[in-house]
Ligand binder design. Structure first.
Ligand code: PGA
Length: 270
């Protein structure tokens, strides 16, 4: 049985006061839930604040990114050990908002500028390996662009991202990996991927995990869907065979909405 997951990715939202209020609100609504794994991923500046809010609850803490080196001259970066010391158990790696796909940056091109964080399949893999070595559980994001979907290459793109991210990961460490399928065109757009199609791609990802490891690892891996998950579409998603939860942006910034998502996830415990 795979425990349902509801993970909130707050992105670059919430100063410390706002983070405390939001985390307290989530704890009040879903803090004692046992049938679902609830993870909050606030910005790095609010990790300790949120860790304090969740300390007497079942809610877990995650970061939104990390660097693969342990320490050194990497201005602005955060190591796995630093995140662990703030109370993190999880870390989102390879979110599409951090993946650079277009090489050089053209200042006139807003889409290219948004890709300046520049994660690639290779840096995502380095981060995954470093996170696992340090004892952090990675939530690995994968997903196709709209142009890739239109070109019919969704499965190829997603499968190759997943394979690259898992390169060199041991079977034992795979038990600590969560994968989130997030079609880029569905993130923050209100355009949710049809539940059947999201399930099909999550099932395809499970097949890739079986190829990389084996059926047992694939059967127990939690695979999430992300992209405009909201209270009004979460039930249809959670009832799908291969969707074990959600990685939620917008709707995680409202304690009431996120509380509803947690309740639906817990109800879906299969
Ligand atoms: P969204 O974001 O729920 O606002 O679409 C999801 C994500 O980017 O993880």
């Amino acid at each position: 049985m795979r425990k349902p997951v509801m993970a909130g990715n707050w992105k670059m939202n919430c100063n410390n006061d706002e983070a405390k209020e939001l985390a307290d609100g989530v704890v009040a609504r879903g803090g004692q839930v046992e049938d679902a794994l609830v993870i909050l991923c606030p910005p790095a500046t609010a990790l300790t604040t949120v860790n304090d809010s969740i300390k007497n609850s079942n809610v877990k803490l995650g970061a939104q990114n990390m660097f693969w080196e342990q320490s050194g001259a990497y201005t602005g970066e955060l190591s796995a050990d630093m995140l662990l010391s703030c109370g993190c158990e999880y870390v989102i790696i390879g979110h599409s908002e951090r993946r650079g796909r277009f090489g050089s940056v053209d200042e006139e091109d807003a889409e290219a500028l948004a890709a300046i964080f520049g994660d690639t399949d290779e840096t995502v893999n380095r981060k995954v390996v470093a996170a696992l070595a340090a004892g952090l559980k990675p939530i690995i994001c994968c997903g196709e662009l709209l142009s890739e979907r239109q070109a019919g290459s969704t499965d190829d793109v997603v499968a190759s991202q997943v394979k690259a991210a898992l390169e060199g990961v041991s079977e034992a460490d795979a038990a600590n990996v969560i994968i989130a399928y997030e079609p880029v065109w569905a993130i923050g757009t209100g355009e949710v991927c049809d539940a059947d199609e999201a399930n099909r791609v999550c099932g395809m990802v499970r097949g890739v995990v079986a190829e990389v490891f084996n059926e047992d690892v694939a059967d127990s891996m939690q695979i999430l869907y992300g992209g405009s998950v909201k209270p009004n579409n979460v039930e249809g998603l959670m009832e799908q065979e291969h969707i074990d939860g959600g990685l939620v942006g917008g709707a995680s910034l409202d304690a009431e909405s996120f509380g509803t998502l947690i309740a639906v996830a817990a109800d879906s415990a299969k």
